[in-house]
Design a protein around this ligand. Sequence first.
Ligand code: XMP
Length: 507
Amino acid sequence: MLVLDFGSQYSQLIARRVREAGVYCELIPGTTPWDAIRDRAPSALILSGGPASVYEEGAPRCDPAALNAGVPVLGICYGMQLLAYQLGGKVAPAGKREYGPASVQVADPAGLFLDLPAHLPVWMSHGDTILEAPAGFRRLAESENSTIAAMADDAGRFGIAFHPEVIHTPQGREILRNFLYQVAGCRGTWKPAAFIDQAIEAIRAQVGEGRVLCALSGGVDSAVCATLVHRAIPGQLTCLMVDNGLLRRDERRRVEEVMQRHLGIDLKAVDASEEFLAALQGVIDPEEKRRRIGATFIKVFEAEAASLTGVDFLAQGTLYPDVIESTSHDTHNAHRIKTHHNVGGLPADLRFKLVEPLRYLFKDEVRAIGTALGLPDDMVQRQPFPGPGLAVRIIGEVTRERLDTLRAADWIVVDEIKAAGLYRSLWQSFAILTPLQSVGVMGDYRTYGNVVAVRAVQSEDGMTADWARLPYEVLAKISTRIVNEVPGVNRVVYDISSKPPSTIEWE
Ligand code: XMP
């Protein structure tokens, strides 16, 4: 299955949902010419949403041949408008922007809504609407303000105005499954673990007798990447861990323990915290922090790598979202919120050839593979941790002292969350050191100390998130322990904002 990406923030999510349904799926730029699409022989196409308006000059369009090739098509939101517009229908600005929860009334199941109730809650996000469906199309469903919420023709071309890929459309998975199985005739037999043997073969073929270097971050991606390479070519891998001083407490020791002792992987850890702290001195702007951390990482890594002889390959735990992100940036369709994926990334002109065994996988698929490879649960199920580390959780300047404060508070948050058995049910849970000072009282003394914020969110993929309704007792324990155990902190607050409109990290 191919998703033609028109720049929606949810495009990757569509691909994930399709894979969850057991159908292998990739994302390609929406404007890809039909010849290139045809070469991939997809069972069907999904046209994603996107921020543009189809009638605007310069709006990204689909190659018309792709819409008329007899391959089933599902247009979602912008994708639906594109289908309507390019096939001769009428699209215009809606009187009112539809954003958020809505509901649709299904008049004709037409395969897509098979076995689903006639009344469906859905998630909408669009400013345009379809006034007239193209010739040959019929209305399958209408929304509350009686727009065309779904349409189809007899050639297997479907459009839906809402987003089936987000969890706020409760029956979205069923709708996508219906498209895959009922309309496109897919069977749903693809599984992530099937990927291990294939990856090992590919690594052997690529590397041969060569030597491979892999940078370990402490996260699941680089750990799974290194384990796969080690499994494929034992004895030919060296791992490098750059300790940037922005890691959580105990992080480095834990990585050394698992990789070196448990798996027998050759690991070299370098303490570069001085260099990173020097680079961050006086920096307050979040993007500038990311930029400097990225640049310092490259400098340290290059110097270390230069001291290793005979290494030709660099293994990286690049995931599919990172690969796709760069495609979207090329087409300028998606809006950039934070520069997530260039931190910890390396420049293309390194003398190494890249080995990227995870570049077609999503995070949850990487976890499944990590487990299948025998990595400990503690490593595989780790909550994501940003590349720039604690630097983007210290609002304001990053100093050694402030890092120590945050590290101590963060340890308590995670410790109590784990003790309450909540760690795995949360996408992320952590502490933030705010730049605020507040008045408190301790014993008979007035204090003027730091404010620590606690953040815990639930999310499927980090793209949307809801603040976690942590039990009061857990919050109470976290708060009491932080003010008692962390010097200089006299107040703890809990972040009750969701994404959007907030983001998960504060910077
Ligand atoms: P936001 O804060 O944008 O974060 O809601 C979404 C997810 O991305 C992680 N994140 C980063 N990861 N480098 C990374 O490798 C970064 O600069 C970065 N910023 C945010 C964040 O922890 C969350 O999981």
